[in-house]
Design a protein around this ligand. Sequence first.
Ligand code: DGJ
Length: 729
Amino acid sequence: MSVYIDEKSRLFCIRTNNTEYQMKADEYGVLKHIWYGKKVGSDMSYLLEYPDVGFSGNPYCAGDDRTYSLNTLPLEYSCEGTGDYRISALSVTHSDGSNALDLRYKSHSVKKGKYSIKGLPAVYGDSEAETLEITLCDTASGIEVVLRYGVLEKLDIITRSAVIRNNGEKTAVINKAASLCLDIPFGDWEWIHFHGRHTMERVPERAPLFYGIQESSSTRGTSSHQQNPSVILCSPDCTEQSGECIGAFFVYSGSFSTKIEYDQLRQTRLTMGINPELFTWNLSAGEEFETPEAVITYSDNGLSQLSHNFHRVIRENICRGKYKLAERPILINNWEATYFDFDEEKILAIAKEASALGVDMLVLDDGWFGKRDGDTSGLGDWFVNENKIKGGLGKLVENVKALGMRFGIWFEPEMISEDSYLYRAHPDWAIQIPGRQPMRGRYQLLLDMSRKDVQDYLYGVMCDILRSADISYIKWDMNRSISDWYSAELPPERQGELPHRYMLGLYSLLERLTSEFPDVLFEGCSGGGGRFDAGMLYYCPQIWCSDDTDAFERTKIQYGTSYIYPVSAVGSHVSTVPNHQTGRITPIETRAITAMAGSFGYELDLGTLSDDEKADVEKQIKKFKKYGSLIHNGKYYRLSDPLKDNIAAWEFAAEDGSEILVQGMIFRTEPNMKRYSLKLAGLEPQALYKMAGTDEIITGSALMKGGILLPASWGDYSPVEIHLVRTEN
Ligand code: DGJ
């Protein structure tokens, strides 16, 4: 049991193995936030203060009490227009044009199992999970809010979502409905958010909170390369292994907003939800709107623990399907080897080289369909281009299978090229505003995914392709940001619903396809990591992490990604040198080590390698097969900060502590350079560990406190790899 309610004092406690979350409905029915942090087992509302702060007004119900103010109290779900001037979680325009909301406690219930959200990805739990629902009501308008809390006790995970219900008589318009609102009245905090750009995603930035509002968000219709829908608040002294931190991520792939306000009383409020910019939702009488889900965790053992909690819930309670925990195929993708310039002979030659070295699957990337010899045409025409693939897809797939490999294929379903049969037949299926010229991105427009006919078309053509040949994998790409929001099917007052309806349409199509083809592995992609979020991971257990395949740059991208997302989610390939994004030359061993910290593959023509390099590739594949489960299902530790240090190093530790793999690279070598000693993490202090290839036996304590001496590096981007096994003597 994880939900405890003291009916008399109306105290609601959620207790997980190590954490506790408390709320209290007070004498006025205001639901106050009391505590989120370490498990305490006692009502923490004694810590609340009621200061009489100037220009912090008092609700009518408080009478002459100037110390009771919605502007100073920690609140569970803040509203607009009734005296809380901090960030609001909910904003609604009523039929009379007013915006005020005054939510008061109405009822609560506790249910076995974890709630789900209609049409949206969400954490799923087993029978041990619990759901707490607290209903709040704005009596004047009849707007009700059901706050839902899903609890995965053993994982120290709490999920949040809200249902906004219109029990009034007239239509109300939702302007904003956050999924998470978290007030933290105590402590000094810093925040870590993940910014970036195309080919340089999820760069962590840690900064103290300033007074006022800091925001990380996207208005691009995707979660974006530029900001990630995840955030961490941490104490200034928080390190990888110690200190307090609270993390949140959003299970959503569209525009989002994470805001943190540090207020006049040095209190912190965090909100996370659909970005209210370019969003409205008409809620007719009797209707309800369900927000997407936000997931939170707390650690007082530093950032590693927080990451482990998130890795676990994403791997085990968000990712689904056959591949969620299974070994992923090692694949070879032809994109960087050929771009659009290929035919079936070239593809088969790449497959042949790869199969001889042990690769499991060939993935045919962009350019196999319609009139697609470059990026200006063909999107939407999902039929095979037999000028390039002579004999059709079926024959190519059979030839690849004859080499002992499986076959995967690229789609960019949400897009339409103006130069396509599809556009000529259905110009109204493209998102564009009548009377305006739409923005193009990579020459392409977007399909209106909110439309059922568009979803059905895509479902039909994708099913046709998937049934026409033995296809085991789909790469689902998405190569532009969305603009010019307008749907030919929606009335004017509902146009603001399109960004969210687009997401509902996309998720519905993904749900249909992943259910229809449960054996197919779906890999998400959006110009690499432009839609790297937990929403996509619900359908695709791995996502192409970045279009930057340079091993040096990748260590930084994967480092940032690892704060929230598990290694198994990270699509990562060995590519050629000089690297196509940076021109950098790195040793093939280092490239492989970097790509192995992910769902591993190759993205080059292996036939261009020397015999020595081919032998290396063969060894790398064997190595990934040997360590794959440790890498994907073990605990991941960041051992250095590659954005600051001259070394990128990380550790995979088996859950039972029996085995450790340390990998990474030393960026620059200097003459007469002192050797690095790397402090390991998460070992049993008393246990003995034997280092592979040596007779050395060292205690866990020594490895964590003193560290391990790395071999001297040679050249730049010199590989690091150490394997340790726990031993009895
Ligand atoms: C962007 C992807 O990230 C690449 O890997 C590749 O699939 C191209 N799109 C193809 O257009």
